[in-house]
Write a protein that binds this ligand. Structure first.
Ligand code: DGL
Length: 273
């Protein structure tokens, strides 16, 4: 990578508020960095669209982020990663980190039982995920659980409430939960409904897994490798800029961000730019 300024921000995007859970994890891992988050709620959901549409929307968002100047990009969306990451990497000469359902860590738990992967229809149908199943599932049974319509509820209601409880109950109605070993949250929006899923699971021994920490680790590795880590101390303040293509989403975005920072025990201070 050539001539990228180390003090530029890291661009993070999602189709809406989902990637905010990833942003929180990135801020916790790299508090000396500046971040700019773009949520494309105006065009959410991406997960029920054609692959071509997902690509076009993703490129539009990355163009917006580049106007602000970024040194690296995190595609904090499993759907946009599966539909667009290869084209993005071929087009833009900055480090790009994507997300995929955390199936590998789920398999590595070596628990007996079925692994459920909750994700959008796009993520589950794309080649990227089906290769992942081929490479990692061996003789473990993996059940794909597409959740169309769930992102829309989270975009309007946040992560808790009756509507979400009803959705979860219906989505799992054909699954024998006593046979389930783990549930992979393969869409960044679903991180916000974790508590509702935990309530639904009750006292069964089912592990919930997501890829947020792994994504933060991967970004850290890549920035170190490309010598792009910001050398300036943030003195406990991390600068974050938040943008949404639908401005009315800003209050919910900030609320989810602050709540999630608390959930993951972030000790620093956020300064909105
Ligand atoms: N948050 C996105 C993901 O991780 C998908 C949301 C959508 O369908 O727009 O897959």
């Amino acid at each position: 990578m050539i001539n990228i300024e180390k003090d530029l921000a890291i661009g993070v995007f999602d189709s809406g508020v989902g990637g905010i859970s990833v942003l929180a994890e990135l801020v916790k891992s790299l508090p000396n960095e500046k971040f700019i988050y773009y949520g494309d709620s105006q065009n959410a959901p991406y997960g029920t669209r054609s692959t071509e549409e997902v690509k076009t929307l993703s490129f539009n968002v990355v163009d917006r982020l580049l106007e602000h100047g970024i040194k690296a990009l995190v595609v904090a969306c499993n759907t946009a990663t599966s539909g667009a990451i290869e084209d993005l990497r071929q087009t833009f000469n900055i480090p790009i980190v994507g997300m995929e359902p955390a199936l590998k860590p789920a398999v590595e738990l070596n628990k007996k039982g079925i692994i459920i992967v909750m994700a959008t229809p796009v993520t589950l149908r794309e080649q990227k995920f089906n290769n992942l199943i081929k490479n990692f599932s061996n003789d473990v049974e993996v059940v794909k659980l597409p959740c169309p319509g769930l992102v829309e509820i989270i975009e309007t209601k946040g992560g808790r409430g009756k509507e979400i409880q009803q959705y979860i109950k219906k989505a799992f109605s054909s699954i024998d939960m006593s046979k389930v070993s783990s549930i992979v949250l393969g869409c960044t929006h679903y991180i916000f409904i974790k508590e509702e899923i935990i309530d639904f699971i009750g006292d069964k021994d089912i592990t919930l897994i997501d890829g947020n920490k792994g994504t933060a680790n991967q970004l850290q590795r890549l920035l170190a490798q490309e010598k792009l880590l910001n050398p300036t101390e943030s003195k406990g303040d991390t600068k974050v800029k938040m943008i949404n293509s639908n401005n009315t989403m800003m209050p919910l975005s900030k609320k989810l961000f602050q709540e999630h920072l608390e959930t993951i025990d972030f000790k620093g201070n956020i300064v909105y730019r």
